[in-house]
Design a protein around this ligand. Structure first.
Ligand SMILES: C[S@@+](CC[C@H](N)C(=O)[O-])C[C@H]1O[C@@H](n2cnc3c(N)ncnc32)[C@H](O)[C@@H]1O
Length: 194
């Protein structure tokens, strides 16, 4: 029996895998309580600016074929034009959630409430181009991009990918640091699996 394909936005980018749902806006999971949702995404007021048309992000998804790349056979995210330092590239869009996602390699921390509830953005099954950004380890000596949160014009908290302190060349792979604890957690779960 053929696998059911997820609904797709007409704006999905080239090479977007058919088994994943493309999202243009965050999706809020039922595990996010109302009071936390209001902190992350405040209800619009009469002062909230209207949604402006979002510019196309200067990024593209490409398969990785370089045999020396540690993520060969997978995808990566690449700059489609020259990018100045400290520039917003793309928001990390996915499912905003408050439950645990131990099996996801696409789950980022977005916010921690004063009473220690963690809010994450998981792009395992649905998301945008940002889910394809790789870590710099084994690829380049240092990252050329970073994750940093921001508020949109409408006040919604997003985790975004920004260029670092140096310009990025057209065609260069965008690479962040997932952080030592991300890799440590994968290493210890691999050791437990074997
Ligand atoms: C958020 S995804 C990045 C996109 C992924 N390459 C893909 O095609 O879906 C994280 C996964 O990418 C791979 N990855 C990313 N950076 C890597 C690196 N520096 N070395 C080895 N694997 C990496 C690992 O498999 C990791 O679990």
């Amino acid at each position: 029996m053929a696998a059911k394909r997820p609904p797709q936005s007409s704006r999905r980018p080239p090479r977007w895998p058919a088994h994943l749902e493309y999202l243009e806006e965050p999706r809020y999971h039922s595990s996010v309580p109302k009071h936390i949702r209001e902190l992350v995404s405040p209800a619009p007021t009469s002062h909230t600016p209207a949604q402006t048309h979002q510019q196309k992000a200067p990024v593209a998804i490409h398969p990785i074929s370089d045999p020396s790349h540690p993520a060969r056979g997978q995808y990566g995210l690449f700059a489609t034009k020259k990018i100045p330092p400290r520039t917003l590239l793309v928001d990390y869009i996915g499912e905003v959630h408050c439950d645990d996602r131990p099996g996801s390699d696409y789950d980022l921390s977005l916010y921690r409430t004063p009473d220690h509830v963690s809010v994450g953005v998981d792009a395992h099954f649905c998301g945008n181009e940002a889910r394809f950004i790789n870590d710099y380890r084994g690829v380049k000596p240092k990252p050329n991009a970073l994750f940093q949160e921001r508020r949109t014009e409408r006040g919604e908290l997003r985790m975004s990918v920004w260029s670092g302190g140096e310009p990025i060349k057209k065609g260069e792979e965008l690479l962040v640091s997932y952080g030592k604890s991300w890799w440590r957690a994968r290493q210890s779960s691999n050791e437990t699996d074997t």
